[in-house]
Design a protein around this ligand. Structure first.
Ligand SMILES: Nc1ncnc2c1ncn2[C@@H]1O[C@H](COP(=O)(O)OP(=O)(O)OP(=O)(O)O)[C@@H](O)[C@H]1O
Ligand SMILES: Nc1ncnc2c1ncn2[C@@H]1O[C@H](COP(=O)(O)OP(=O)(O)OP(=O)(O)O)[C@@H](O)[C@H]1O
Lengths: 218, 218
């Protein structure tokens, strides 16, 4: 059973805290700003107004007993780094911190943060990729070149079977699943499955091949 | 060939602009803050210092000619809403806007924004889910219950073949791919593939079954 300490109740931090809390986990949230503490009182196990850059305060709050800490201070890079450093020095096994820039992320990594997150940058890349190929709904990067993508079936391919479309042979794109409506998922879809309007194809391929396929079947 | 106009060069906006630009797209970026304009000069086609809540300014900049606009103003909800409204009134077919809260998102939707993004909230949910099940590295939600998840191979399953592990029969979890190292991906992995330390399994299953599998093989 895991307990989490979280520092920084901005949009990212308060969402992490409330989601963990709603999943039944204990969350101790700390923020220097009383208004933010009040706003989050109902979404965490405990919310405390405190300056997390103060080591004595962290010790008094029993922060050293936690197994996982999340530092979600964005704009004050100095505070973010100092808090992360204190948490590692207090012996917390797993410290996760959000970074506001590549430089910020590098410093966090170097002082021993176990996982650095770039929420704005990662969602921006996702959106940019989506905008570049209209049809991509979502994707999961497997390696920098290979992704699993969700693509809505273009009019071009509707009414045909997967065997007829021969996507794998033509584009080296592997259709691993087909989603229809809200709950139906064919895994894998059969070769004689006819593509219908509204179908979502889940494909595994290099980004380049997905692009080629989409350009060819616009 | 698509051209984008983007308003608001915060962390999210500047990342979207620079990624689109690096993919070869034309990006006109607008920000009221001269410092941010200067910081982004090399990462967009054009960067202009201007107040995007001023309709005359938007018209003078030719914003009405763009097919896609991205509004990435976070803290000033009023400015974000006003800009989005102006962009729709100027006839821009697709307006995407980031929202800082559910309320902000609702208003944007209601004034006609085509897609509302919650970068901090969505990354927070992703992190919270990851923290809840230690082993999940990333995931793609197919439906609210079914996901494709990336799971690192636990010591429990290392040294065994997929046939021996019989994951599909036992947990209804379908291992669709196996990633090894930075670039090797087996799609699908053969039944006699021996799981090694460091392997990442890409599985398709209900969230519940992934959890069951992970709890059983901790
Ligand atoms: N020394 C500190 N101790 C505790 N909390 C702090 C400290 N410094 C900053 N904070 C808190 O961290 C929170 C998040 O910081 P900030 O708003 O700068 O980050 P952000 O990255 O813009 O947030 P968002 O997740 O909304 O994008 C704020 O609520 C702030 O009060
Ligand atoms: N009226 C306006 N016209 C043009 N740009 C504006 C206007 N109002 C705000 N901006 C710009 O929008 C940008 C993003 O706003 P802000 O920093 O509040 O958002 P944020 O959500 O915190 O950003 P981040 O993506 O870093 O989390 C800022 O650079 C700001 O100068």
């Amino acid at each position: 059973i895991k307990e989490f300490v979280l520092i920084g109740l901005g949009r990212f931090g308060s969402s992490v805290a409330s989601h963990l809390h709603s999943m039944g986990y204990e969350v101790l949230a700390i923020d220097i700003d009383e208004k933010r503490v009040q706003k989050n009182k109902d979404f965490c196990t405990h919310v405390v107004q405190a300056d997390a850059t103060d080591e004595q305060t962290l010790r008094a709050l029993g922060v050293a007993n936690f197994e996982v800490a999340i530092v979600s201070i964005g704009h004050d890079m100095q505070a973010s780094i100092l808090v992360a450093l204190l948490l590692k020095d207090l012996g917390i096994p797993r410290v996760i911190a959000k970074a506001s820039s590549d430089v910020h992320g590098k410093v966090l990594k170097r002082i021993g943060v176990d996982r650095v997150i770039f929420p704005e940058r990662d969602m921006a890349i996702k959106l940019a990729n989506h905008l570049a190929i209209d049809n991509i709904i979502d994707y999961l990067e497997i390696t920098p070149d290979v992704s699993i993508v969700e693509v809505s079936a273009t009019p071009e391919i509707q009414g045909q079977t997967l065997r007829e479309l021969d996507i794998r042979a033509k584009y080296d794109v592997n259709i691993v699943a087909l989603r229809r409506g809200v709950t139906e998922v064919l895994v894998p879809p059969g070769p004689d499955e006819v593509i219908r309007p509204g179908d979502i194809l889940i494909a595994l391929a290099t980004n380049e091949n997905v692009r080629r396929w989409q350009e060819a079947t616009r």
